[in-house]
Design a protein around this ligand. Structure first.
Ligand code: MTE
Length: 300
């Protein structure tokens, strides 16, 4: 698998952790170049210390492989990720089947250290490797009428033991507004810590939208469709009262069954204090403009 991996940045595996972090913090502060210049945001970014590989790859949500946090690490190995292709269709100039390795050879892989906040109120910091979704959409050529982007995960009953259970309507589906999809912070992750992304984290490519709850970050994507209408999304279909289309991280809008004001940082230990959840997960400076004039308690 490693051969199709373009690692532009890092010696993460050989650099001592301290040196690694310092360099990464600088890079994280510059994520989305020119966007993270505001003092508040820069300060927040400089505090980011990534979770360990072990934490990031053993505590997962990937219901196609079971609903316990340990299930994806135990069972996702059965997913065949090579070869892999992505159908890009709908309102695009160049619809078709895009081979994943061909996509990789065209696009630049960068490292992005992002906070990751699950709707269940736990969080991590993950050093992703990936490319901007905007670059892939440009490859396909977005047409004028497109307003949304819909995503689908692979549906493989033979390889995904969890899809036997009707926990969600399969395949797992997600969606973004086009301007959210084109935002420079929105990436397709293909790696973690400079290594190919493991199956349990969504190999070979998964969405990462750092200012939204983690369930928007759909894994193992096989289809991307540009649409005019807001696409149906799995968690919203399952329970529209609890999971909105937007799902921006917001400490002021609680989930009907629990508070979203604080979060439990994975790896913090049994007695760690809960941390305050940040508006837009700490990316307010960069993304608040996307929602100007919207009532975020209604458009949750
Ligand atoms: N994508 C698919 N296909 N299936 C899933 O069950 N879970 C979501 C999201 N993407 C999920 C998915 C949820 S709820 C979260 S919090 C994140 O993946 C978890 O990502 P991680 O396991 O890499 O931390």
């Amino acid at each position: 698998m490693a051969h199709r991996w373009t690692n532009t940045l890092t010696h993460a595996d050989v650099t001592p952790r301290g040196a690694f972090l310092n360099r990464r913090q600088v890079i994280a502060g510059m994520a989305g170049a020119g966007l993270a210049s505001a003092a508040g945001s820069a300060l927040a970014q400089s505090e980011l210390e990534p979770n360990s590989w072990e934490e990031i790859t053993s505590y997962n949500n990937y219901y196609e492989f079971g609903t316990r946090k340990e299930d994806p690490a135990l069972y996702a190995g059965s997913l065949t990720t090579e070869p892999w292709s992505i159908e890009i269709d709908g309102l695009v100039d160049r619809p078709g089947t895009y081979d994943f390795s061909a996509i990789l050879s065209e696009l630049t892989i960068e490292e992005r250290i992002y906070r990751f906040r699950c709707v269940e109120a736990w969080s991590m910091v993950v050093p992703w490797n990936g490319f901007e979704l905007a670059d892939l959409l440009t490859m396909a050529g977005v047409q004028d009428g497109a307003k949304y982007v819909a995503f689908e995960t692979a549906y493989r009953p033979d390889e995904m033991p969890g899809v036997r259970y009707p926990v969600l309507e399969w395949p797992y589906r997600e969606g973004l507004r086009l301007d959210e999809a084109l935002h420079p912070l929105t990436i397709m992750a293909t790696g973690i810590y400079g290594k190919p992304i493991p199956n349990q984290n969504g190999a070979p490519l998964r969405l990462v939208v750092p200012w939204k709850y983690g369930f928007k970050s759909i894994k193992s994507i096989v289809r991307i469709t540009l649409t005019e209408a807001e696409p149906p999304t799995s968690w919203n279909m399952a329970n529209p009262r609890e999971y909105g289309f937007y799902s921006n991280v917001n400490p002021e809008v609680d989930h009907p069954r629990w508070s979203q004001a604080t979060e439990r940082r994975i790896g913090g230990g049994l007695f760690a204090k809960r941390e305050p959840t940040l508006m837009f997960n700490g990316y307010q400076q960069e993304v608040a403009g996307l929602y100007a004039g919207m009532d975020l308690s209604k458009n949750f």
